[in-house]
Design a protein around this ligand. Structure first.
Ligand code: HEC
Length: 116
């Protein structure tokens, strides 16, 4: 499957190249960030494979449901578009565009893309 703005490298889903940032995301690093990063703390609010918090929606298979631009925006600017069916007007999710490095965001996106 092709994602606009992304080219999937030879290592398949583990490498996602973002041409606009010219950074290569690493799904393994992204998984670690998701689960253990103090600021990212994604897993405090999101479940994947049954483990994690309940504040946000479970993200299993998210890449097969949402385009990559949406995923990027969800992380960088969570207020921009609310998750479908989500009953709040203001996302409790922090704006990671200012909290994480571009590399960390690329790694997280590579990880989310491995979840389809
Ligand atoms: C404080 C709790 C919290 C944290 C921490 C958090 N999120 Fe969220 N997230 C939410 C909530 C609530 C929503 C639903 C509302 C919205 O769309 O912003 C959401 C939505 C999302 C969505 C869109 C899901 C969909 O089905 O449309 C993605 C993708 C996402 N978060 C990824 C992440 C990632 C990656 C991290 C870590 C960098 C993270 N979140 C950290 C609470 C959180």
């Amino acid at each position: 499957m092709a994602f606009p703005g992304f080219a999937i490298g030879e290592l398949g889903r583990n490498l996602v190249v973002n041409p606009s940032l010219e950074l290569t995301g690493d799904a393994g690093r992204g998984r670690k960030l998701f689960a253990t990063h103090e600021i990212a703390a994604c897993s405090r609010c999101h479940k994947i494979d049954g483990s994690g918090g309940d504040i946000g929606p479970a993200l299993d298979g998210i890449a097969s449901r949402k385009p990559s631009d949406y995923l990027r925006e969800s992380i960088i600017d969570p207020q921009a578009t609310m998750a479908e069916g989500y009953p709040v007007e203001v996302s409790p999710m922090p704006p990671y565009g200012v909290l994480l490095s571009q590399q960390e965001i690329s790694d997280l996106l590579a990880y989310l893309h491995s979840l389809d």
